[in-house]
Design a protein around this ligand. Structure first.
Ligand SMILES: NC(=O)c1ccc[n+]([C@@H]2O[C@H](COP(=O)([O-])OP(=O)(O)OC[C@H]3O[C@@H](n4cnc5c(N)ncnc54)[C@H](OP(=O)(O)O)[C@@H]3O)[C@@H](O)[C@H]2O)c1
Length: 329
């Protein structure tokens, strides 16, 4: 039988398994193409789509299947551009199989990179790291780059690009093992475990003795506040993500950044990867080149089993992933 995962109820605070449901559905057939799911990407931003709120992307509907970037195999085709056995990536439902009209799908080549890599280092998270640095970070050799969520999918690529560009790179993550890992595998110059550090402002000051030129923010909240206290003149702050407040139910309060931004003539700018679709090709070509030459490495936390998809998503909020969290179906 075919199966799908629906949003059963909207989460209040941190999502839980009760917010999801599994349904047996009819076998997919008769579409222009029929797809069999191979890998599902679970991402922090999906939490935002679970709220009944207008945003840059439609909210999920209660009772309807969830969707994210998915890698699938074409198992039936009536479309001349897609052949049986080929692999595609696209924004697809959390279903084991699905019929599709073949629009907005991109073919991917498993001989170039493992299929799961197209959801991470060669997918939206790798592209986000590359293009946010390119558009806002504008790294210069010798500058200090600070990145939070440093052992995650976006953060680990950000740090490595910083090293490629000749910067001092400092990462913030949530365990000593992660800090050790980003220094040993990715060559970060220093790291801060935010869960065991009681004075983040001081810890950043010590790890970045020349101040912070670019802060790549994946988490927001108090870590952003502490990073701002350490920025240099003409610093660039990239607001890429704010996972520390995604489960907040009220309006988050905190220090106000305007005084620091004025004093330091700094730029703080939000970034959305979907605004930069035209530049994906250029970015993927660089990322793939660095991967091939060994300058860029990556990690994946692969959870096996379609039924584990909701738990894999929830586990991101507890930092259980190293690199990109993906589900192998
Ligand atoms: N703007 C865009 O276009 C765009 C695109 C992709 C992703 N993003 C954003 O970028 C960020 C990273 O995404 P990703 O896919 O690469 O996820 P990820 O970093 O692979 O996973 C999220 C990580 O966040 C950390 N975390 C969880 N709760 C936290 C908290 N309260 N405070 C600090 N850290 C916390 C956890 O690591 P620790 O063990 O270190 O806590 C977890 O592993 C997310 O905020 C995401 O929404 C934005």
């Amino acid at each position: 039988m075919n199966k799908q995962i629906i949003l059963k109820t909207r989460p209040e605070g941190k999502p839980s398994l009760e917010n999801f449901d599994f349904q047996e559905i009819e076998k997919a057939q008769n579409g222009e193409i029929v797809l069999e799911t191979k890998y599902i990407s679970v991402d922090p931003y999906l939490r935002g789509r679970m709220r009944d709120e207008k945003s840059y992307i439609e909210p999920f509907e209660v009772g309807e299947p969830l969707e994210s970037m998915v890698v699938s195999e074409v198992i039936e085709s009536r479309n001349k551009d897609f052949k049986k056995g080929e692999h595609v990536i696209g924004m697809l439902n959390w279903k084991k199989q699905q019929s599709h009209n073949a629009k907005d799908l991109r073919k991917i080549d498993p001989s170039m990179a493992p299929l799961s890599a197209y959801l991470g280092v060669l997918g939206l998270t790798g592209l986000t790291a590359y293009l946010a640095l390119d558009k806002i970070g504008k790294l210069k050799k010798g500058e200090t780059l600070l990145v939070s969520g440093a052992a995650g999918a976006v953060g680990s690529v950000v740090g490595q690009i910083g090293k490629i560009k000749g910067c001092r790179v400092v990462g913030i993550a949530g365990s000593d093992e992660k800090i050790k890992h980003i220094q040993e595998k990715y060559d970060f110059d220093a790291g801060i475990n935010y869960k065991t550090t009681d004075h983040m402002k001081k810890a950043i000051q010590e790890a970045c003795p020349d101040g912070v030129d670019v802060y790549f923010d994946n988490v927001g909240g108090e870590i952003l506040d502490a990073a701002l206290q350490n920025i240099n003149k003409a610093a660039r702050i990239i607001n890429c993500g704010a996972i520390s407040i995604y489960n907040e139910t009220g309006v988050p309060k905190g220090p106000r950044p305007e005084g620091i931004l004025i004093k330091k003539s700094a730029l703080m700018q939000g970034f959305l990867i979907r605004d930069h679709v035209k530049e994906y090709e250029r970015a993927i070509s660089d990322l793939a080149g660095w991967l091939k030459s060994g300058k860029l490495k990556y990690d994946e936390t692969v959870i096996e089993g379609f039924e584990k998809t909701p738990q894999a998503f929830i586990d991101i909020f507890d930092g259980k992933n190293l690199g990109k969290m993906v589900v192998k179906v």
